[in-house]
Design a protein around this ligand. Structure first.
Ligand SMILES: [Zn+2]
Length: 611
């Protein structure tokens, strides 16, 4: 090892020591310190770390007056030169990455380097062990060119400074997760930070469940009243979102029914706060970090890295979180409908034969509200039939309680929400991976690759879960619709004895169920033909209602040649009398007094014939 002819009593100062800590991701930092230590050991010179620990205010301002320098990482070193702690002619600045010298443009960095040399400071490049002093620099064109080239290249690298910040951020998060470091003001509203830097919620691993086998995640458990209230609010918002309530309705309910304090301020819940909370991914433990980036004087907020999964203790499962989001196609109008007082369970379902919708009205009626053609109200349609709303509702609830039509109509997938949630999760993560990959275009730091691999593994795991979920869905389907029918019947029965919020919630569920089962309907004269959601090309169930009284149930098979030749024409009809009023007919018609089973058996026979 060739030794330099250093002056006696020379001291080495590691530049990395002056860099902002958070900018140094663990590996790079250790590597650079190790390089400085190795160099000093080999050259048998002391490595001075004390300046790094010094209080900058006591060192005083530097005579290197450029703003760029004052802000740079080397500020302490410069102040040390000024006040004599760093001795001229006896100090070496050990540089392993030139971009750390200054984050400013390359001409400034070169100027600073020359100025240091002019002040008698030697500079060592730890990478190639080049030694720069003013004398050596002036005497050697090769040294001049190499220095300029290094700084220029470092400048190119500095343009990608975000890479470093991203890596640094990874380190910070890991430190916080590992219990070191401190969560900062970035904590979400329901978590407050205590003196010791922990969150005011206990974190514990959760038992794996069938649908979520991950046990590594920490779940939040509130430990004080404020947090407990916050978590209760989150639970209520979740439940309301599952009922597809909008932000206005949710805020009103939080403020008026068994009120809970808002996270911020004393004026109660505001719809925008509800929406912000619902959309907040921190609920499922995810954090997105931002940095302020200055571009030609403008400060912009930019994402740093991808979302950090598992940063915060979890409050909601991914499935629940995705399920309570607003679908991108949930239209305003529909949102408004869900926030009405639920006095019409058939809102936006039926049309007059003129094409206009049937709407609720109660003017000029002694008996209460009714459905009527919206155009006829304005004298633009001849069809003035009023369909008694209360009677229609009672009739439909009774009918749908008796028949488990959900077994006949398009199968409602019990896992649909979770499947949709998983699919959304996969899509969003894949998008992040793609965007990150595009953003880095081949020169990504190792931390990024690690992150991307982790995320890709998560996507793959989610895909695996999705496949399994879809398969389970098929198996569970039959049983579940039975359950949901039982639930439906229970709700109908219970409704009579409920009031206030309980009644509201039950009616809301019934409203969702009505809109799930009913595809639409058309009013012709006194009759209302209600179409249930059918199996495409296989079966359509229609209910005929006249003057709000159920008359006939029809099984319509649209394009089945076998049906066309059938004595019943293209539909199989069962009358009200057969169903309700003649037990003997009913017993004959429906094996085991199971009308739904009879339908199913009937349909299956037809399917077998077709096959
Ligand atoms: Zn009309």
């Amino acid at each position: 090892m060739a030794h330099f002819n250093f002056p006696l009593d020379v001291t080495g100062y590691s530049l990395v020591r002056f860099s902002r800590k958070q900018q140094a991701d663990g590996d790079s930092y250790r590597r650079q310190v190790a390089a400085a230590e190795t160099f000093c050991r080999e050259e048998q010179i002391p490595l001075d770390m004390s300046l790094h620990e010094a209080d900058i205010r006591k060192l005083g301002m530097s005579a290197f007056t450029g703003r760029h320098v004052v802000k740079g990482p080397i500020r302490k070193f410069l102040a040390g030169i000024d006040n004599g702690i760093v001795k001229k002619g006896k100090s070496l600045l050990l540089v392993s990455e030139w971009n750390r010298l200054t984050r400013q443009i390359s001409s400034d960095a070169l100027k600073l380097t020359l100025e240091l040399m002019e002040r008698g400071i030697g500079i060592i490049d730890l990478q190639d062990r080049a030694y720069y002093t003013l004398d050596r620099y002036n005497a050697d064109v090769g040294l001049q060119l190499s220095l300029q080239l290094k700084i220029s290249m470092a400048h190119q690298y500095s343009k990608n400074i975000q890479h470093n910040l991203k890596a640094a951020w990874e380190g910070k998060r890991e430190a916080i997760v590992a219990g070191r470091g401190k969560p900062t003001k970035a904590s979400p509203a329901w978590l407050t930070v205590r003196e010791d830097g922990t969150w005011n919620a206990v974190e514990r691993p959760r038992e794996p469940t069938q649908n979520d086998p991950r046990t590594s995640e920490l779940w939040a458990i509130p430990v004080d009243d404020r947090t407990r209230n916050a978590f209760r609010a989150i639970e209520r918002i979740k439940a309301d979102r599952f009922l597809r309530l909008g932000k206005h309705a949710i805020a009103t309910r939080l403020n008026t029914i068994d009120p809970l304090p808002a996270f911020r301020g004393k004026n109660g819940w505001h719809p925008s706060a509800v929406e912000k909370l619902v959309r907040n991914e921190a609920l499922r433990g995810v954090s997105q970090s931002y940095i302020k980036v200055e571009i030609r004087g403008d400060t912009k907020r930019e994402k740093v890295g991808g979302p950090q999964i598992g940063f915060y203790p979890r409050v909601l499962s991914d499935d629940d979180w995705y399920r309570m989001q607003w679908p991108s196609d949930e239209r305003q109008a529909r949102g408004r409908r869900t926030e009405c007082t639920l006095n019409n369970l058939f809102a936006e379902l039926f049309k007059c034969s003129c094409g206009a919708g049937l709407v609720r009205d109660n003017k000029g009626s002694k008996w209460g509200a009714y459905l009527v053609c919206s155009k006829s109200r304005r004298g633009l349609c001849e069809h003035k039939t009023r369909h008694d709303l209360a009677a229609l509702e009672a009739e439909m609830l009774m009918l749908l309680s008796l028949f488990d039509v959900s077994r006949l109509v398009e199968k409602a997938n019990p896992h649909a929400d979770r499947i949709a949630g998983l699919e959304a999760e996969i899509a969003s993560k894949q998008k992040i991976i793609d965007e990150m990959a595009e953003g880095f275009a081949g020169n990504a730091p190792p931390a990024f690759f690690k992150r991307m691999q982790t995320m890709q593994a998560e996507v793959d795991a989610a895909k695996g879960r999705l496949t399994e979920l879809k398969r389970n869905a098929k198996i569970v389907e039959a049983n579940h619709s039975q359950d949901s029918h039982a639930e439906f019947c229970a709700m109908v029965t219970a409704m009579a004895n409920l009031e206030g919020d309980e009644l509201y919630r039950v009616r809301k569920k019934l409203d969702l169920e009505m809109h799930r089962l009913i595809d639409g309907g058309e009013a012709v004269g006194d009759e209302l033909l209600i179409r249930l959601r059918g199996l495409p090309d296989m079966l359509q169930v229609e209910l005929v209602v006249a003057q709000a009284r159920f008359i006939e149930l029809r099984l319509v098979v649209p394009s089945n040649p076998l049906w066309a030749e059938n004595e019943h024409g293209d539909f199989f009809a069962i009358t009200r009398e057969q169903i309700f009023e003649n037990p003997k007919v009913r017993a004959m018609l429906f094996e085991n007094d199971d009308p739904t089973g009879a339908f199913e058996a009937f349909i299956n026979r037809e399917r077998q014939q077709l096959a």
